[in-house]
Design a protein around this ligand. Structure first.
Ligand code: AMP
Ligand code: ZN
Length: 459
């Protein structure tokens, strides 16, 4: 079945054609590990996971990279401000390495709580790829696309003819704005740092020698260097949040294509923001919510995953506790329904499977896929066993842990009470039967009378 993906580059849904038959190579811009990831950041990786699962569902071999930014991401996109890692180290009285290590582990554990499959995913770190980044600057230098100022080596964006195409940037307008440049040594306002020199005052924790002087690599550079190292100079898909379109991804394209002379990425995909009370959730702001906060408040990470799946990944969503509560109720109901279907596993329903497949292949239309789940559940024409098997199939993509829901073992004494009650019912002794039902309920279980007899569930 054909796969269609929305490509930011062309602002349209396109038929997906892989570079290598049967394989897909994807790069996802990873976290800057100076703090916990907030649930907005995590949306980007739930999306990446659904994308991966969709390709696996379509029998593709997936090669996937998520980078770990542990140096060089400055507090402003203008190549100004502090390095977030150095600032994090100062804040917590630890080394930048310790900070990076701690928040990388926290990130990986968040991914696992969200059922994000990372088997085979590479997580390269920027600090482990300094040589590759220096080599890339050298290549750009040979192509006359760089210049040096008093604070670093810059990429000259006028050296790349298609600069700003991804973000549909108004270059003339930007040139106009250049008159108020923060850094007067920049030739064009869009130029960006490839390498920044350590300042003479205040020694940095993380710095390296380079042909241009001691310093550290720019943030955009790491993604070009590492993606091309692991996926080749030209690969299929690159993703990130929509905030990456005008600067980070725009700059990645400019430097990569200038260095290699060929097309960098075929499909650029971007996830919408998670807002909270109408404002963007940001690590630097005080309004960020982590998975840990959700758990403390009694919500499961998978309820959050469910809530993300009910929205188009491209659109902004506004996070509210009410909506999360609704998602949790729906997911728990789904679990209970799945368990009630019993032990028997039947056949995949072809019609439902086909529909589901077409929804997810249509630019990951998870809202419709979730709606289909409920349609299936309500369909009286299907047997419980077939519904169960079909839901197990859907869960391969949804990743909601539906397939692992099991009937909890009911203690012997409860089963005995249920049996007694059944006998009273047969004898039409409704009073005793009701009393026993109440007793069973007071012990935390409930009885449902079905066509095939009474069944006991944990409440
Ligand atoms: P960072 O750790 O800040 O480098 O960001 C990691 C990923 O999260 C990037 O793909 C960002 O675009 C994305 N991101 C940042 N803030 C938000 C937000 N509020 N909602 C959704 N995604 C976000
Ligand atoms: Zn990146």
């Amino acid at each position: 079945m054909d796969i269609y993906l929305y490509n930011t580059l062309t602002r349209s849904k396109e038929l997906f054609r892989p570079i290598h038959e049967g394989e897909v190579f994807m790069y996802h811009c990873g976290p800057t590990v100076y703090n916990y990831a907030h649930i907005g950041n995590l949306r980007a990786y739930v999306f990446a996971d659904v994308l991966r699962k969709m390709f696996v569902f379509n029998n593709y071999a997936v090669k996937q990279v998520i980078n770990i930014t542990d140096v060089g991401h400055l507090t402003s996109d203008e190549d100004e401000g502090e390095d977030k890692l150095e600032a994090g180290a100062l804040r917590e009285g630890k080394t930048a390495k310790e900070i990076a290590h701690f928040y990388t582990d926290a990130f990986l554990s968040d991914l696992s709580l969200l059922n994000i499959d990372t088997k085979g995913t590479l997580f390269p770190k920027a600090t482990d790829h300094i040589a590759e980044q220096i080599a890339l600057i050298k290549t750009l230098e040979e192509k006359n696309a760089t210049y040096t100022t008093s604070d670093g080596v810059y990429f000259d964006t006028s050296a790349y003819a298609h600069y700003g195409q991804l973000g549909r940037l108004n270059i003339a307008g930007l040139k106009e704005g250049a008159r108020v440049l923060k850094n007067p040594e920049k030739r064009n306002s869009t130029d960006f740092a490839l390498w920044k020199f350590s300042k003479p005052e205040g020694k940095r924790q993380q710095e390296w020698d380079s042909p241009w002087g001691v310093g550290f690599p720019g943030w955009h550079l790491e993604c070009s260097a590492m993606s091309m190292k692991y996926l080749g100079p030209h690969f299929d898909i690159h993703t990130g949040g929509i905030d990456h379109i005008p600067v980070h991804h725009t700059n990645e394209i400019a430097q990569s294509e200038t260095a290699t002379g060929e097309r960098f990425v075929n499909y650029w995909m971007h996830t919408g923001f998670v807002n909270i009370e109408g404002e963007k959730m940001a690590k630097s702001g005080g309004n960020f919510i982590t998975l840990e906060t959700l758990k403390e408040k009694g919500y499961s990470p998978l309820s959050y995953r469910y809530s993300l799946l009910t929205a188009d990944y491209k659109k902004t969503i506004n996070f509210t506790w009410e909506a999360l509560g609704g998602a949790q109720t729906a997911l728990e109901k789904l679990y209970a329904i799945f368990v009630e279907y019993g032990e028997e596993i039947g056949q995949i329903d072809k019609d439902y499977a086909e529909k589901f497949h077409s929804f997810i292949n249509n630019d990951l239309d998870t809202p419709r896929a979730i709606a289909l789940v409920w349609e299936l559940v309500k369909d009286t024409a299907l047997s419980p066993a077939d519904k169960k098997r079909t839901l197990i199939l859907f869960d391969e993509i949804l990743g909601l842990n539906i397939a692992n829901q099991k009937q909890e073992k009911i203690p012997e004494e409860i089963l005995k009470l249920a049996k007694e009650r059944e006998q009273y019912r047969k004898d039409a002794n409704w009073q005793r039967s009701d009393e026993l039902r109440a007793e069973i309920e007071s012990l935390g279980y409930e009885i449902k009378d079905t066509d095939t007899g009474a069944k006991v569930y944990k409440k």
